[in-house]
Write a protein that binds this ligand. Structure first.
Ligand code: ZN
Length: 243
């Protein structure tokens, strides 16, 4: 059996600690614990969690070196993530670590850095229905999902989503209010794979939905590093052919 995929589930973990916030009732241990709890049940995954308020946000050099795929949820404290940590996460992605960016992570420093655009979008939180349609049925991230995922109450994210054109567009969401959104998008950045997955507003029980968890599980397997080519850069004085 091949080696387990080492997953680090990272979360800001602030809303859940605020007793006034609905997230404290829905996710008393934090959203990351619910996501990690599902991934831990997978025999091919080895899971740890890390949060903003730990030293170095829980992302020490050792943790980063031992992470094959990272998931990232942040919202109200993106600016508190240190640039030094963002630099290191970016380097890990370029060298092959997978990154799964969840919901409000669209505005995280690391996602904006990797995309090179504002990553802004339209939003409204009145707990309306969301239907995420699978539009790439050959994509491994859609395994076991069926034609769509329906979430009765979610925050709306609408286009325009200011991202570079995805390399692979996997899901498109429809909202009861009429907007649509590219809700499952994949990119390659050098040796690393990035997947953005939209649902997961902290005031709704989205991370208890079996299909949402299944997408995250599938995305971890898709983004896990493979034995791909290590690119060579810079001055290359010795040609392969005799000249
Ligand atoms: Zn939200």
């Amino acid at each position: 059996m091949s080696k387990a995929i080492r997953v680090t589930v990272w979360s800001e973990f602030r809303h859940e600690k605020n007793p006034e916030h609905p997230a404290s009732k829905l996710y008393p241990e934090g959203m990351h614990k619910v996501i990690a709890g599902h991934l831990e049940k997978q025999p091919d995954m080895q899971v740890r969690t890390a949060t903003l308020d730990e030293p170095e946000h829980g992302l020490t050099d050792k943790v980063l070196a031992e992470t094959d795929v990272m998931t990232w949820w942040g919202h109200c404290a993106h600016s508190e993530v240190s640039d030094a940590v963002v630099d290191k996460v970016q380097q890990r992605v370029l060298s092959g670590m997978g990154l799964i960016v969840l919901h409000a992570g669209h505005y995280s420093k690391i996602f904006k850095r990797l995309m090179g655009t504002t990553c802004n979008l339209k939003w409204r939180d009145i707990a309306e229905k969301e239907r995420l349609w699978v539009i790439d049925p050959a994509h491994p991230i859609t395994e076991g999902i069926g034609e769509y995922i329906e979430l009765p109450h979610e925050e709306m994210y609408g286009e325009q989503f200011d991202i570079p054109q995805p390399d692979e567009l996997v899901f498109v969401s429809w909202f009861a209010g009429g907007e649509i959104f590219r809700s499952g998008c994949a990119w390659h950045r050098r040796r690393g794979k990035i997947f953005y997955f939209r649902p997961g507003h902290e005031s709704h029980p989205t991370y208890y939905d079996g299909k949402v968890l299944k997408v995250i599980e599938n995305a971890v397997r898709w983004a896990a590093p493979k034995d791909t080519t290590v690119p060579v850069f810079d001055h290359h004085p010795n040609p392969l052919e005799k000249l």
